[in-house]
Write a protein that binds this ligand. Structure first.
Ligand code: ADP
Length: 464
């Protein structure tokens, strides 16, 4: 059986409070009861002592007589309070006897107390006991008072009422705090569960393919806030991926359409006899097919490095050796454009994937060749810091406009579209560079000024 979060939380809070209230009530009852019992016991001892003292004062030593009226008043007051008194003088003659005075009243008082104590406090298990007290005046015994009351202690009507109201107050406080706690528990549970319900709703929408949804719920619970942030981040990542996928499909279709249409119209014209199949026209078709082929292999390479799980095959690499090899590979291109190239500086071997770094160097150098005018200069500078290796590819070519710099690492982005038609670029080279360098834990930056030249700076960790 599954319970929802709100009822589980409310129930647990209510249960905890119920147990606490019950425990507090029990303990309060126990301790207050005990304290009260002690208080009553001492109070009763004090009362008996007061009675004894008051009776003692009724003896007049000079005349050797007792003020019997006052003894009677004291005795009657004591009787109503539950104390049954007998007073004797030194000759053992009865001066006053409550039972002898009014037997009925005494029985009534005693029955009342016995009944009250046996019904309400059966545990006390007490009974009426009597005790003799010496009546003293100036340290001399002047008589005896026999006082009997319900022991070890008894509660008067007022005491009972007091205890009763105390219990009622305790029960009232218990019920009140239980109600408050159920309410607070419910509100707290709602505050905690509401954002979770929202998160569940949003994740359902995300799994249904709607990546644009975000949770705007503000919550003071740290974990829930982290969950909200994680779900929002997940949605944003999925949305970005989805957009990239759509963009890639659209870009690929767009990139392929132009050369394919050119080839198709050329061949159609030749089939329909409108054009002669001259070597020039066949060459143009061939060039377009080559462009398509290059684009497809570039895409393949990009897909590989962007797949996220491609493995780097790391070995010891010397960046200067790698650069010199690359320079000799491009010898023909440098000669054709009459470019001056130098590779300088050095750095100890680093640990990296040599094939992939070759690809990085190749793309950057081929760009430098493509975008540098005849007679220009290209420099490869290698250096290091404590834990990074740096290689810089610098040219004094046509440069990149400032507003285009942020986009050149995006796939299919080609700065100044018109000039790229001539150079035949597909806009994928730098995207591949960035993916490979990032996979190595490094970074690539560019500085460029239109008509002055560009500097690409690749920073790689020496080992990782
Ligand atoms: P492409 O195949 O078009 O060269 P890249 O991704 O390699 O694609 O480069 C993206 C764009 O960046 C290029 O179209 C070009 O406009 C610009 N670019 C790259 N390298 C240089 C450079 N060394 N000098 C000037 N512009 C450059």
């Amino acid at each position: 059986m599954k319970y929802n979060l709100k009822s589980k939380l409310s129930l647990s809070i209510a249960l905890v409070v119920l147990l606490t209230v019950a425990l507090i009530s029990l303990l309060a009852n126990f301790f207050i009861g005990n304290q009260f019992k002690d208080y009553i016991t001492t109070q009763q001892e004090k009362t008996t002592q007061d009675i004894v003292n008051s009776i003692s004062l009724q003896f007049d030593k000079e005349t050797d007589t007792w003020n019997l009226d006052f003894i009677h008043t004291i005795g009657m007051y004591a009787l109503y309070d539950g104390y049954i008194i007998k007073v004797y003088d030194l000759k053992n003659q009865t001066l006053w006897d409550a039972e002898a005075f009014d037997m009925n009243l005494c029985t009534e008082v005693m029955d009342d107390i016995v009944h009250r104590m046996q019904v309400e406090h059966p545990k006390v298990n007490g009974k009426f006991t009597s005790k003799d007290f010496s009546l003293m005046q100036n340290n001399q015994i002047v008589g005896i008072a026999n006082i009997s009351y319900f022991g070890p202690y008894f509660l008067s009507k007022d005491d009972f009422q007091f205890l009763d109201s105390l219990n009622k107050i305790l029960i009232g406080i218990g019920i009140f705090s239980l109600m408050i706690s159920i309410l607070v528990g419910f509100l707290m549970a709602r505050r905690l569960s509401n954002p979770i319900y929202k998160i569940v709703g949003v994740t359902k929408q995300i799994s249904g393919g709607d990546y644009s949804v975000r949770i705007k719920e503000v919550t003071s619970t740290k974990e829930v806030e982290e969950l909200v942030r994680a779900v929002n981040h997940l949605a944003a990542t999925l949305e970005k991926q989805e957009n990239l996928r759509k963009q890639l499909t659209a870009d690929v279709a767009h990139e392929l359409r132009t050369p394919l249409t050119t080839v198709q119209t050329h061949i159609e014209a030749i089939i329909e006899g409108i054009w002669e199949p001259t070597t020039e026209r066949m060459q143009s078709c061939y060039d377009e097919m080559t462009r398509i082929n290059k684009l497809v292999s570039d895409l393949e390479r990009l897909a590989k490095v962007e797949s996220g799980n491609f493995k780097l095959n790391k070995t010891n690499i010397n960046l200067l050796d790698l650069s010199n090899k690359m320079v000799s590979n491009f010898e023909m291109e440098f000669k054709n454009k009459n470019l001056n190239i130098t590779a300088i500086g050095d750095c100890p071997d680093i640990i990296a994937d040599s094939d992939r770094l070759n690809q990085v160097l190749m793309n950057l150098i081929s760009n430098a060749i493509k975008y540098t005018l005849d007679g220009g200069e290209i420099r490869i500078i290698i250096s290091e810091t404590e834990d990074t290796a740096i290689f810089i590819i610098e040219d004094n070519g046509i440069g990149i406009a400032e507003n285009e710099i942020p986009y050149i690492f995006e796939r299919f982005y080609r700065a100044d579209k018109s000039r790229n038609r001539m150079t035949g670029g597909s806009g994928i080279g730098l995207a591949i560079v960035k993916s490979i360098v990032t996979a190595h834990g490094g970074s690539v930056d560019v500085e460029s000024r239109l008509n002055k030249g560009s500097t690409f700076v690749v920073t790689l960790p020496k080992s990782n």
